[in-house]
Design a protein around this ligand. Structure first.
Ligand code: G4P
Length: 295
């Protein structure tokens, strides 16, 4: 499947971010816990060189818990601090302050040695579109946020939100782009709904998702649609997945006028069930060194 991306104003955005990063101590990077690598920006490590790093595994309510633990260990092994959160409900947010202090311990101690006391850590939230940046900032900053005045050098319109005596947040999240040259990344981001469906062939996308689920989460489809959807002599690969889609259409009464299966409707149903968590908690990729079963 050829996925078209939105390169748009990437160079401009990158330049703006480079400027903003000079003003901060800590990068709070949101990734989607279902696709922690595919939802990262390929340049973030370079952009964030020399800064403390906190990775939030957001939407962890939708991810496989065992996989999230593997991802936590992986990112820690790269020197990042990690917290699992659900920005919709606020779960995990309480652990962030501790993690920020921990991530910025060196800076705080350096300040103390120089006699600078109580200078808040300055942080910036970054992430690719739809990863949950606005939801997170709203939940984390909440009503308590007090905006401080504009400061020189901050991109026009940016302000600091004082969260506590120890933490200030740049009020505008940094929007980054994913690894757009990699089709696997594109496919995974399409599964979670982070790429506009209008530019994708939904049926092919649903068939690809079915293939993945059959391999990595065999109970997810039958648990939702019944065992009969796997009953039959299906072909290999995508062909077999289309047959499953056809049976899901029949089981769910997605029928065309002549009573043939409405594949387009069934595809939309499967994608919607996956994206809203009705197929269960599913992680679409594993950290590089544990990638042994195609998950
Ligand atoms: P962005 O600023 O990074 O572009 O993302 P945004 O906050 O707009 O969030 C994108 C979608 O992800 C929203 O859903 C939001 O509610 C959802 N979301 C954010 N964090 C979490 C989380 O931790 N868990 C879950 N399950 N969902 C999360 P939406 O359907 O687009 O909007 P809405 O129906 O919530 O208004």
């Amino acid at each position: 499947m050829n996925i078209q991306w939105y390169p748009g104003h990437m160079t401009k955005a990158k330049r703006a971010m480079q400027e903003d990063i000079k003003l901060i101590d800590l990068i709070i990077e949101l990734v989607d816990a279902r696709v922690p690598l595919s939802s990262r920006n390929p340049d973030i490590d370079r952009l964030g060189q020399g800064k403390a790093r906190l990775i939030l595994l957001n939407k962890s309510d939708m991810a496989d818990e065992g996989c999230s633990s593997l991802w936590t260990a992986y990112f820690k092994s790269l020197g990042c601090h990690v917290v699992k959160v659900n920005s919709r409900t606020g779960a995990g947010l309480k652990q962030i302050n501790g993690a920020v202090q921990e991530a910025c311990r060196e800076k705080i101690e350096r300040d103390r040695r120089r006699g600078i006391l109580n200078r808040p850590v300055r942080a910036m939230v970054v992430g690719i579109p739809n990863v949950g940046k606005s939801t997170f900032i709203n939940a984390f900053a909440g009503k308590a946020c007090a905006k401080t005045g504009n400061k020189p050098g901050v991109t026009k319109g940016n302000q600091w939100i004082r969260l506590s005596k120890t933490l200030e947040l740049l009020d505008t999240p940094g929007i980054l782009w994913p690894r757009f040259e990699d089709q696997q990344v594109g496919l995974r981001l399409a599964f979670i709904g982070s790429i506009n469906d209008e530019i994708l062939q939904k049926e092919e996308l649903a068939a690809e998702l079915i293939l993945f689920l059959e391999h990595s989460y065999p109970g997810a489809l039958t648990g939702r649609y019944g065992d009969e959807i796997l009953a039959g002599e299906d072909g290999e690969g995508l062909k077999g997945a289309y047959s499953v889609l056809e049976r899901i259409a029949r089981v769910r009464g997605c029928l065309l006028k002549g009573s043939g299966p409405d594949i387009a409707k069934a595809a939309a149903l499967v994608l919607d069930d996956f994206r809203s968590g009705r197929l269960g908690r599913i992680t679409l990729e594993l950290p590089p060194e544990t990638e042994n079963d195609g998950k």
